[in-house]
Design a protein around this ligand. Structure first.
Ligand code: ASP
Length: 400
């Protein structure tokens, strides 16, 4: 897509997002009638994810050549992801200790939502177990990307060891990957209308602007804390982009179609196809695009990590429980793991927060306090998740 074409599309996507907010705000529940249009866009994106991720990883690992090169790129990628996630959690802890959003909150009678109670696989061992699936088809059918990525990496590594016989296989996956990216460009043109509908319908579902504001007010300082933390972290990422990756605002503008889509869909997995296409257009090395971004969409969630830390401390403050430095250390480690374990789907972070709450012995009912505004904060943290991945691709491109 030409630069001019991309900018025009971006303008339409931003207009779509803004009109979506206005429409949902004023028309309230009526706006839910538009939901199908948003679902259409979302389904079109989701349709591409599995073939795209598998072909990208296989052709990406293939193009890296020998396993040592893969080890180097993989090593840098994991170091970048771990470091930035840790920074995000630190920022979360600092802002929540500074603003103290939970003090004096009216607890009411919070209850734990069903889908969180039903969620059993939230222990540490489960996160590790989720890396390998006994049934790839079942994982694909539920868009569980992590085991598919692990399989694709292992499969491609095996291919690199069988000599000439692998050439055709790599060529097939290269071709599939190119075709999938073409499809993504077509689907991207649905984004303005899709994002308009997704935002309008979700705000409509919340009862429109007035009702939404009333809900926000109840935990207003929590919202302010999380948004402040996310804003600070996005600037830190921008600094990393400038200093380490030697890129700047044009890169941010180039990635903006993916960022607004992340806001509209609240899902980094659904946004992944656009993230990859935008990074390609920004001249990021295809190897970094194909390998770093699918992995990032699944395990690198800076916004979620920051949110988990901030939300758990908010709950502690609301219950009047003082967490010691040691306990905050436990929050630090478990929030990082919980973010890695969270799937790139809407409100997944709320579910894995159980790990963090349990680790420091806080009441799970605390999650009930956050429910009403979680869908809203989810959009912001997903945008930062995708921004973290985008900066990651630029950093690895530079270091490769
Ligand atoms: N919705 C987020 C994502 O897809 C995950 C979360 O924090 O709930 O990146």
């Amino acid at each position: 897509m030409s630069h001019k074409h991309a900018l025009i599309l971006l303008a339409f996507i931003i207009i779509g997002a803004i009109t979506g907010v206005l429409y949902g705000w004023y028309f309230g529940t009526q706006a839910q009638q538009l939901a199908w249009l948003g679902t259409l866009f979302l389904n079109a994106l989701k349709m591409t994810i599995i073939p795209l991720v598998i072909s990208s990883i296989i052709s990406g690992v293939g193009s890296l050549g020998d396993i040592r090169h893969l080890g180097r790129v993989g090593g840098f990628t994991l170091i970048y992801y771990t470091l930035t996630t840790a920074i995000a959690v630190m920022v979360g802890l600092l802002v929540v200790n500074w603003i103290q959003p939970g003090s004096g909150i009216n607890l009411g009678d919070p209850s734990i939502p069903e889908h969180i109670l039903a969620k059993q696989d939230t222990g540490m061992a489960d996160i590790i177990l989720s890396l390998i699936s006994p049934n790839l088809v079942a994982s694909a059918s539920q868009t569980q990307l992590l085991p598919l990525i692990v399989f694709a990496i292992l499969f491609a590594m095996a291919l690199t060891t069988i000599g000439k016989k692998s050439n055709t296989v790599f060529a097939v996956f290269d071709g599939i990957n190119e075709a999938m990216m073409k499809l993504v460009i077509w689907i991207m043109h649905l984004a303005p209308i899709g994002i308009f509908a997704l935002i309008a319908a979700r705000l409509g579902n919340a009862g429109g602007g007035e009702q939404f504001m009333a809900e926000i007010k109840a935990v207003g300082m929590h919202v302010v804390t999380v948004l402040t933390g996310l804003a600070i972290h996005s600037l830190i990422l921008l600094l990393i982009l400038v200093i380490v990756a030697k890129q700047g605002i044009p890169y941010l503008v180039g990635m903006a179609r993916a960022l607004v889509t992340a806001f509209g869909t609240a899902s980094s997995s659904a946004t992944l196809p656009l993230t990859m296409e935008c990074a390609r257009e920004n001249n990021i090395d295809p190897k970094a695009v194909k390998f770093v971004l699918p992995l990032g969409a699944t395990i690198n969630m800076d916004g979620t990590a920051l949110y988990e830390a901030a939300a758990v401390l908010f709950i502690a403050q609301a219950y009047g429980i003082d967490l010691t430095m040691g306990q905050q250390g436990i929050v630090f480690v478990t929030a990082t793991l919980a973010a890695i374990g969270a799937a790139g789907i809407p409100e997944a972070g709320l579910v894995t927060m159980v790990i963090v709450l349990t680790a420091v012995g806080l009441p799970l009912e605390g999650i009930g306090l956050l429910l009403a505004v979680d869908w809203f904060l989810d959009r912001f943290r997903t945008t930062i998740n995708v921004w973290g991945d985008s900066v990651g691709a630029a950093v690895i491109h530079r270091l490769m």
